[in-house]
Design a protein around this ligand. Structure first.
Ligand code: DX5
Ligand code: ZN
Length: 217
């Protein structure tokens, strides 16, 4: 698929979601952060809002579920029509069963790991998933500084995906900006979440173009 940009709407104006989504019409995805104040210390939005987003989004929706018990909650997001649903490895009881359920609903299945969670135990799940999300900040909030120490993990993940011969995407999320995206791409990431870098910019479309160019360089 090559380089893809998935702006996070976390830092957008939630009172004007329709308009805010139009600002990222040139992106590949709209990244929607669902937080439950249990898995992470923040509370954002849930299924009813995602359903509304799906009705108006000009691009496919990339749901990042930072919630406890995704086994119970995640399938409904796929059923609602989210084109990609990512759940956290730390929270899933039966990740293989859940990934299969998401795929059965027609969604791509993503598996996310927090910065302190090793990726190696999950590499055997590669045939069951469509994307690995390597968090490059502690999940919970936008605008945090990029964790440089995650670069070797991205590299190891890319090497494992390459060895597998499977087309599993590697997403990075947290602190991705014009000053960090090149290093992420160099380490092997191919799907880039950018929240404050895009929504903090005057011209969101220009910032998407710039991020895409830097990642592809
Ligand atoms: C953080 C969320 C991110 C967040 C990224 O837990 O998962 O998607 O919105 O925001 P930035 O790009 O500002 O770090
Ligand atoms: Zn996210």
């Amino acid at each position: 698929m090559g380089i893809q940009i998935s702006p996070s709407i976390l830092n957008s104006d939630f009172s004007r979601l329709d308009r805010e989504l139009q600002r990222i019409a040139s992106a590949d995805w709209a990244h929607v952060d669902v937080m439950d104040n249990h898995f992470v210390p923040n509370l954002t939005l849930g299924l009813p809002v995602v359903e509304s987003i799906l009705k108006v989004s000009p691009v496919p929706v990339d749901c990042h579920l930072m919630i406890e018990d995704p086994d119970r909650w995640a399938p409904a997001f796929a059923e609602a029509g989210a084109q990609s649903v990512t759940f956290h490895a730390e929270a899933a009881g039966a990740p293989i069963r859940l990934a299969r359920e998401l795929r059965k609903q027609g969604s791509r299945a993503g598996l996310a790991v927090k910065p302190t969670t090793a990726i190696e135990p999950y590499l055997e799940l590669l045939p069951e998933i469509d994307m690995l999300l390597i968090m490059t900040v502690e999940p919970g909030f936008g605008g945090q500084p990029f964790l440089e120490s995650m670069l070797p993990k991205i590299r190891r993940t890319r090497a494992a995906v390459k060895d597998s011969g499977l087309d599993v995407w590697i997403q990075v999320d947290g602190g991705v900006s014009v000053s960090t995206i090149e290093r992420c791409a160099d380490a092997g990431a191919d799907v880039f979440v950018a929240g404050s870098a895009v929504y903090g910019a005057e011209d969101a479309a220009a910032s998407i173009t710039q991020l895409r160019e830097l990642a592809a360089a």
